[in-house]
Design a binder for this molecule. Structure first.
Ligand code: HPA
Length: 291
């Protein structure tokens, strides 16, 4: 019997996608923001210089979930140059981990130094309310896979340290940004599941005992690959709902999107404040002419 090759798709060179970013704009940001469910309206807080659909970025997967757009935007947010990825591919859609995390490798190849990952999550911590935000202090990877498994990036170590995966300085900026935006920002541990079903109440009770404050289906693979690429990482969840069994309601994707819709203005303010504070601390983040 002939063995099937382990890798069934060709991994593209992230430099090709990075080169596209270079051709569409003179901006050379060092900050990137990945907009997940609940944060798409934030794209309006960006003064757009150029945009490009993922379909035109070699190696980028096409996001297919409702509420996910699938384009990259270059512009300034809060006066700071930033690259915004609006929409992401999820593991539960059937993409390989290499595909889910490819955009992060493209960001690193483009010169991004810090990435803010955003997502919608269910609140496990009993103090959390729908509409709160949570800065990730750490994560638990419960997806059953690791994005660094296999032969994705030969030039980098697979054995990535995750002791301080989420950058304490960026988290401090997030706290200030939240204070000015008037939103409730909790801090906590995000547990990632593969989905796409929501959890059972028994799973949520178990996750609480493991130390999780919120649960979601994204972010962790990107954070791990970003750390492998040497990027500073921050991540923020919009607590769109209480996790299964934490309220009397049943869960639906429509309700998650509706929960996000209610706090979209706060989310925009939070991210644009973060970009502004980041720009003040990192004035080198700029344009081509400054290179
Ligand atoms: N569980 C998993 N993922 C989620 C949830 C949830 O309750 N809410 C938003 N994303």
């Amino acid at each position: 019997m002939t063995r099937q090759p382990i890798q069934q798709f060709a991994i593209r060179n992230p430099r090709l996608a990075a080169a596209r970013f270079q051709t569409i704009s003179d901006l050379r940001p060092t900050l990137a923001i990945v907009l997940g469910s609940g944060f798409h309206a934030t794209a309006h807080a960006l003064e757009v210089d150029a945009e490009i659909p993922y379909a035109k970025l070699p190696g980028f997967p096409r996001a297919s979930v409702t509420g996910h757009v699938g384009k990259a935007l270059l512009g300034t947010m809060g006066g700071t140059p930033a690259l915004v990825l609006s929409g992401r591919a999820h593991y539960y859609e059937g993409y390989a981990m290499e595909e889910v995390t490819f955009p992060i490798r493209a960001l690193a190849a483009f010169g991004i130094q810090a990435v803010l990952l955003t997502n919608a999550a269910g609140g496990i911590n009993r103090r959390f309310r729908a509409g709160d935000f949570m800065a990730l202090s750490d994560h638990i990877n419960f997806m059953g896979v690791n994005p660094l498994r296999g032969s994705g990036a030969h030039d980098k170590s697979r054995f990535v340290d995750l002791t301080r995966a989420y950058d304490p300085d960026l988290n401090r900026l997030l706290k200030r940004a939240a204070r000015e935006a008037g939103c409730v920002l909790r801090t906590g541990v995000y547990l990632a599941v593969s989905g796409p079903s929501y959890e059972t109440p028994a799973e949520i009770r178990a996750f609480a005992r493991l130390g999780a404050d919120a649960v979601g289906m994204s972010t962790v693979p990107e954070a791990i690959v970003a750390r492998q690429c040497g990027l500073r990482v921050a991540a923020v969840s919009c607590i769109t709902n209480l996790a299964a069994g934490r309220s009397r309601h049943l869960l639906s994707h429509a309700d998650v999107l509706a929960g996000a819709e209610q706090v979209k203005q706060q989310a925009s303010r939070l991210l644009s404040n973060l970009a502004r504070f980041y720009g003040r601390k990192n004035p080198e983040s700029g344009t081509k002419s400054e290179e």
